[in-house]
Design a protein around this ligand. Structure first.
Ligand code: SF4
Length: 403
């Protein structure tokens, strides 16, 4: 099982972000908020452990929000409780997301390392001060560079840097591909083990989305975006970062086991406000409300549970596996559905291969990099075919029946 701990605090809100997070006040008020959060998290962990039994945990991931706002002793306390509650593997990957500015101000790197965190994921986003200011980030490029030095000096076995691409340009000018390649060069020069490069998607209602609507900022067009993605991915591979998922690149042996676990459909338990869990066919999501979640942990209240039917599970398998360069294994599909993937989807597979959007190798089907650019449309087509087959058979579980 994968264990996810959601830390909902941020010092301030970035200009593009609509994730659930709450501002962490300085001083006594902040301390009190952290104390209630930690008590609730440990309560929730013990309750889940009592329900699940002493299951094996292969990865732990502190995500947020800004987990690096936690004091080092809090990270150690959470990991101690996880080891008491679950069978955390001796070689578990334990990741923590960090923002550069909070890493530099606390005892967290040393204490987290001592507590067993072995992978640090730093939210660099850009190494250009003007871009960082536009994004509303609390750090500048110097802090980002220093944070990488701190991570290395502290001895984390694996360091990831998150960067954003497709950033808007100012004054009616869209950003150029050259700019992106310059950023990727600077990031690769910092010699991380892993780079996550996500396209910026300003969420509705955020200051950045409003500036785009008013025309104060300009996003690259669809064609320019596509060519940036292809050129960026090619550049990262030329620097030794192999693409293993739509937005993720790693040196050999440094792929993120936790995220790969999601894409491979492993069970995951999410703790903390807004965290989602999927255990077998059951999925539940905690309230995206710190006070509401704390109160629920005191009452032992369960969030509503969704039961995933066979077709939904197959759709998710298809969607998640096609995010990865490894793709979808025909043997796994047959185990889950009782059917042959290449036979059932022969027409669409042939079309996608002719267009250079997909390929087949060693018993699996995968999207090419160009295919990943239009993966939403491709996946929608597979879903339509799958649903049509189920409708024709008149049975919701038809996808499971041997063909
Ligand atoms: S630090 Fe991350 S979670 Fe917090 S506001 Fe910025 S982007 Fe959102």
């Amino acid at each position: 099982m994968l264990l996810y701990v959601h830390v909902p605090f941020c010092r301030s809100k970035c200009a593009y972000c609509s994730f659930y997070s709450v501002p962490l006040p300085q001083g006594a008020a902040g301390e009190a908020m952290l104390k209630s959060y930690l008590a609730a998290l440990l309560r929730e962990m013990r309750r889940r452990a009592a329900q699940c039994g002493r299951v094996s945990v292969e990865t732990v991931f502190f995500g947020g929000g800004t987990p690096s706002l936690l004091p080092g002793r809090a990270v150690a306390g959470i990991l101690d409780e996880a080891r008491r509650s679950f069978d955390v593997a001796a070689d578990a990957e334990i990741s923590l997301e960090a923002n550069p500015e909070s890493l530099l101000l606390s005892d967290l790197p040393r204490e987290a390392r001592k507590a067993g965190v072995n992978r640090l994921s730093i939210g660099v986003q850009s190494l250009d001060d003007a871009e960082l200011a536009m994004l509303g980030r609390a750090h500048g490029s110097r802090a980002a560079r220093t944070a990488v030095d701190v991570a290395r000096a502290t001895g984390f076995a694996s360091v990831n840097l998150d960067v954003l691409w497709g950033l808007p340009g100012r004054g009616g000018r869209a950003p150029s591909q050259m700019r992106l390649l310059a950023l990727l060069k600077d990031v690769a020069d910092l010699q991380p083990d892993h780079i996550s490069a996500y396209e910026l998607t300003p969420e509705q209602g955020t200051p950045l989305a409003e500036a785009l609507e008013k025309g104060e900022l300009v996003r690259p067009g669809e064609k320019a975006s596509a060519s940036m993605y292809l050129a960026g991915a090619e550049y990262l591979e030329s620097r030794g970062f192999l693409q293993y998922e739509v937005s993720n690149f790693a040196r050999l042996g440094f792929a993120c086991r936790h995220n790969l676990g999601y894409w491979q459909g492993k069970d995951y338990l999410g703790l903390g406000p807004s965290a989602t869990s999927t255990l077998g066919n059951r999925r539940f999501t905690n309230p995206a409300d710190l006070a509401g979640w704390i109160a629920a942990t005191k009452r032992d209240a369960e969030p509503p549970c969704e039961h995933l039917d066979a077709v939904t599970r197959l759709e998710e398998m298809l969607m998640l596996r096609l995010r990865t360069t490894a793709g979808l294994s025909f043997a796994e599909w047959r185990r889950a559905s009782g059917r042959s993937f290449p036979a059932d989807f022969a027409a669409v597979i042939a079309l996608l291969r002719r267009e250079g959007l997909a390929g087949m190798r060693k018993g699996s089907f995968f999207l090419t990099r160009t295919g990943m650019l239009v993966s939403d449309a491709i996946i929608a087509r597979f879903f339509a075919d799958l649903r049509a087959r189920v409708a024709l058979s008149g049975r919701p579980d038809a996808a499971r029946s041997p063909g």
